[in-house]
Design a protein around this ligand. Sequence first.
Ligand SMILES: O=C(O)C[C@@H](O)[C@H](O)C(=O)CO
Length: 271
Amino acid sequence: MSKLLQKPEKQEVAEGVTIIQSVTKGNSPLEYVEFKIVELAQGAEYSELLIKKECCIVALTGKINVTVGEDVYHDLGTRDSVFDKVPTDSIYVSNDRGFELEAITEARVALCYSPSDKQLPTKWIKAGDVDVEHRGILSNKRMVHNILPDSAPYANSLLVVEVYTESGNWSSYPPHKHDRDNLPNESLLEESYYHEMNPPQGFVFQRVYTDDRSIDETMSVENGDVVLVPAGYHPVGVPDGYESYYLNVMAGPTRTWKFYNDPDHEWILNR
Ligand SMILES: O=C(O)C[C@@H](O)[C@H](O)C(=O)CO
């Protein structure tokens, strides 16, 4: 199996708390992005202390309370399934702070991390404030929830977006990359993809490749899988009959998303 594809693995860390994905510097080729999916049974609690990293807590499904220091954010989360296709609530927590999650209902939570050493205020990113963007035409249609885009100044490094791709469509397409620190033309951002499909037995294909093909992997991606993009282009194709959801975390030395389209395929934008 590709080193860029990480399958879900259930790890019960406390009663009612199961980590199903955990991307760390220790188990991945990424330097800037770390990621977890935590599933909580109703009433379960999970806490963490962030050492030299910032975190965006995304209430993927179910309802949670989040405590950061003295502040409690109640009743976060808007969906039973990510395929309800409405934005959800998130909390940005800066480095060297602790947080606690408490599940009001059964919940699935994404924890998106990147290195950080300059403390910023905690930020409640309310569902109603998330910008919803429709991109693309023909078979390249997708909907994006901009949870933590580069225009939002709340984080030091982190960028977080959710992307829905319709059945039989392509996204992150035409293929683009952001692996050179060459601003203003291109920024260096690593990326992770946490995938879900509707219905859940579905699959998508994701290719990760560089110009020199030192990376060139085409992966069959299933529900709950994570794809890691240390460098290169990273398009996603969705088979007929299935809808795709993915949560992207990006981070790098400069918090700007400046991508470069594969010149071979850029013509697709001009149809
Ligand atoms: O527009 C899309 O299809 C989503 C992608 O831009 C995705 O968020 C990504 O590849 C970011 O680099």
